[in-house]
Design a protein around this ligand. Structure first.
Ligand code: APR
Ligand code: PHB
Length: 394
């Protein structure tokens, strides 16, 4: 079997890249370890930056998002028992964000790919990439009990943090940057009406809390928990009681509770590898970088990597500009590091760290108070939250 671009992984990165390439007439094959149902079963974040929204529309998968997604003009920061509203459009030249779950983005992309009858291998096992610096790369895997060899021109490693692509790059090539935070997020999905029309990010002495939503009838809430916590120890009642304690009284009074549909704990991590390319292999999205979820940047950063790679590939295949392939990593990393900074900063600002002493606590409070009290501070938060501009490829 032969294709131009072999895409490893059918998460949002792989599916979006595949969809854009498909529309541009550039042959591609996706190889995914899990079944489509398994991929759709993952509950992930739900805030899309303007750039991501525009890219999904460009990919021809924006119709349901535009119908069902909820455009949000702002969010609240809660601290000291009060709420400070960040009003996005006036601070960002009219930009806003869209509330639309990653699961729904993935579903729309899968449907578009099926409609285009683009080749996709789900439930592939033993996926391996070969010849990364040979000029003739190929991918091998097993599918339905049969060994498959896929020859290609380039490989897009869209297989997430635990994937095979990054691990196939020889030792010593990549420089890794990492910060593991001493806490995680316990998340609950419930069919309850949202406590607030917009998101509330709450800093509280008992720890961080976030009120988010998927629709007018479905909510997603998170609380900061220690890394030693186990989800089995958190009954719904215990979760709702703890969430309530961390919200300002007027918000807590509006909280409607109900049975959880999903409940899980995710650790918080910042992680980047440099460079994001090795020979004919390009790392995209979570395969190359992880952000803590506080800034809602994970999916959006994946989308900007995809945009960069797609714009380069379009010129490679349309204009013979192979030279641009060498630009991929540097262009992506400029934006990646800025999103890493914002995610780290929001995390540091809003969470309780085990070693926070009285002085550090006052510093956190003063920083929050300063940022929300100053037009420059609010603008800085807003322009990062809606997403910094995409970097040009040349
Ligand atoms: N072979 C093939 N597929 C693989 C392999 C492998 N060896 N290892 C992992 N995969 C698949 C996973 O099953 C998953 O479906 O790669 C896909 C990677 O998807 P994500 O982890 O969702 O990563 P990405 O597409 O880059 O999306 C980034 O999704 O994970 C969130 O927080 C992240 O929101 C961000 C966005
Ligand atoms: C979510 O809705 O899951 C969500 C929203 C905002 C975040 C993180 C997660 O910053």
């Amino acid at each position: 079997m032969h294709t131009k671009i072999a895409i490893i992984g059918a998460g949002p990165s792989g599916l979006l890249l595949g969809q854009l390439l498909q529309r541009a007439g550039i042959d591609n094959v996706i190889i995914e370890r899990q079944s489509a149902e398994h991929v759709l079963g993952r509950i992930r974040a739900g805030v899309l930056e303007q750039g991501t929204v525009d890219l999904l529309r460009e990919a021809g998968v924006g119709a349901r998002m535009d119908r069902e997604g909820l455009p949000h003009d702002g969010f609240d920061l809660a601290f000291d028992g009060r709420l400070a509203h960040i009003d996005l459009p006036p601070l960002t030249g009219g930009k806003r964000v869209m509330i639309y779950g990653q699961t729904e983005v993935t579903r729309d992309l899968m449907q578009a790919r099926a409609a285009a009858a683009a080749p996709t291998f789900y439930s592939a096992s033993d996926v391996a990439v070969h010849g990364l610096k040979s000029g003739k790369p190929y991918v091998t895997f097993s599918h339905a009990g049969q060994p498959v060899r896929l020859d290609c021109e380039l490989i897009a490693g869209c297989d997430g943090y635990h994937g095979v692509s990054r691990r196939s790059i020889p030792e010593g090539v990549l420089k890794t940057f990492e910060r593991v935070y001493p806490f995680g997020w316990l998340g609950v999905l419930a069919d309850t009406p949202p406590v607030n029309p917009e998101l509330v990010y709450a800093s509280h002495e008992r720890g961080f809390a976030l009120c988010s939503l998927r629709s007018p009838t479905r909510t997603r809430y998170y609380i900061q928990v220690g890394n030693e916590e186990r989800v089995e120890d958190w009954s719904d009642e215990r979760f709702w009681a703890e969430l309530k304690r961390r919200l300002p009284a007027p918000v807590a009074a509006r909280l409607v509770t109900g049975p959880s549909i999903e409940k899980s704990i995710a650790p918080l991590r910042s992680f980047v590898v440099e460079p994001m390319q090795y020979g004919e292999l390009f790392l995209v999205g979570d395969a190359a970088h992880i952000v803590p979820p506080t800034g809602a940047k994970g999916l959006n950063l994946a989308a900007s990597d995809v945009s960069t790679l797609f714009n380069i590939l379009r010129k490679v295949y349309g204009e013979g500009r192979r030279d641009l392939l060498q630009r991929y990593s540097a262009v992506c990393l400029k934006r990646v590091w800025k999103a890493e900074r914002f995610s780290w900063w929001m995390t540091s600002l809003l969470h309780r760290f085990p070693d926070t002493d009285a002085f550090s606590q006052r510093m956190q409070q003063a920083e929050l108070d300063y940022f929300v009290g100053s037009p420059a501070g609010r603008q800085s938060i807003a322009e990062n939250y809606v997403g910094l501009p995409y970097e040009p490829i040349e």
